[in-house]
Ligand binder design. Structure first.
Ligand SMILES: CC(C)(COP(=O)(O)OP(=O)(O)OC[C@H]1O[C@@H](n2cnc3c(N)ncnc32)[C@H](O)[C@@H]1OP(=O)(O)O)[C@@H](O)C(=O)NCCC(=O)NCCS
Length: 336
């Protein structure tokens, strides 16, 4: 990379770091730009100066990997770096260039593909451009920071016990995990594959044997009715770079049987986890939830989480389009 370009990239990264910190202190410093599947996409301002950059990375998820059940097999991930207070125009320009780039990539034309961009949830200035290019806000990474004062401890639910799961619980854990994937499937994130159940079983078995994750069951009359799985910081390194706080844990699974919801069991599981994380000095806990899941958002925000990143997707990738005009509409404060 010629030094002039390297300096420009460094300046952009510095400006983006300042911008992100002013938007949301839980955002990390922007990571180095990955090597892309084509030349970097460059956005110039009115005076010809570089105001933004983007890199597209092609990620092929092979069949037989559980990760394929969480999304498309071929994912085209855009890493944007945009400067300035209002990124609306630069976002639009970058997305148009990305769309043109993908139009020339044969692997992006298939059905089992997605175009994905992780966007800071509080960076509202690019949202209209994302919508106009056909992207949908599918998944949220929400974060909870360790409170300064001790929070409410778990409140027992009469007749319900919470205990750690072991290898003998494989069937019950598998059943609840599979129910969760099917439930989440309604919201367009997971993709049901022929081998999804077998792959989840493998993961559950190895995780219960290793005991590296915290897998807890809520039981009534000896029957499992709720499941929580969390990754302590030693297992959560793969997502830790999404936030400035450290150490970070990851809440992987949360499911309560339909008949047992709304009676405090979910809160009891989560508060037991929080008590353990807070005592261990874990600074932040992250989790994914579907943006349109009507149960998870309200629950997580009640439990102290808030949006950090929103994953915007077009599926298949060719659904990423040139901009259409979206009328400003009426704000909710103006009434109907
Ligand atoms: C989300 C889920 C785990 C919540 O579990 P739950 O046992 O029903 O929740 P609780 O009864 O413990 O509720 C805890 C608090 O959140 C509130 N809450 C829970 N769900 C809510 C909802 N959909 N809307 C508004 N508030 C809600 C409760 O009122 C309660 O508030 P309180 O502390 O003031 O009493 C459960 O609905 C579920 O399993 N849903 C399907 C799977 C799913 O969405 N999992 C999350 C994937 S990220």
């Amino acid at each position: 990379m010629p030094w002039v370009v390297r300096d420009a990239v460094r300046d952009i990264n510095r400006a983006v770091a300042r911008r992100w910190q002013s938007i949301d202190p839980l955002l990390p410093d922007p990571a180095a730009m990955p090597a892309g599947c084509g030349a970097p996409l460059v956005v110039s301002g009115e005076n010809g100066r570089m105001v933004g950059l983007g890199v597209c990375v092609h990620h092929h998820v092979p069949a037989g990997s559980l990760n394929q059940s969480w999304g498309a097999a071929d994912r085209f991930l855009l890493t944007p770096r945009l400067t300035g207070q209002d990124t609306h125009l630069a976002t639009g320009e970058l997305l148009s260039q990305w769309r043109d780039h993908l139009a020339g990539v044969a692997a992006a034309r298939g059905e089992d593909t997605s175009a994905v961009v992780a966007w800071p949830s509080r960076d509202i200035t690019g949202v209209r451009a994302l919508l106009r290019h056909g992207l949908q806000p599918l998944t949220v990474i929400a974060a909870r920071t360790r409170p300064t004062a001790p929070g409410r401890g778990p409140r027992p639910v009469p007749g319900v016990t919470i205990r750690a799961a072991g290898p003998a619980d494989e069937e019950q854990v598998l059943d609840l995990e599979v129910q969760l994937i099917k439930y989440d499937g309604h919201f367009g994130g997971p993709v049901w594959r022929r081998d999804t159940v077998a792959l989840v079983r493998q993961e559950v078995r190895s995780s219960l044997e290793r005991q590296a994750m915290w897998t807890w069951l809520a039981e009534r009359d000896g029957r499992a009715i709720g499941l929580l799985v969390a990754q302590p910081p030693a297992e959560a390194g793969w997502i830790a770079g999404m936030t400035s706080r450290s150490p970070a844990a990851y809440l992987q699974t949360m499911f309560i049987q339909a008949a047992d919801r709304d009676s405090g069991i979910g809160a009891a599981l989560v508060r037991a986890l929080h008590a353990r994380l807070d005592a261990a000095g874990v600074a932040v806990t992250l989790l994914h939830h579907s943006q349109v899941n009507p149960l998870s958002g309200p629950f997580w925000y009640r439990m102290g989480y808030r949006p950090l990143w929103t994953s915007w997707e077009a599926r298949p990738a060719r659904a990423l389009r040139l901009p259409v005009r979206i009328s400003p509409g009426r704000g909710c404060s103006r009434g109907l």
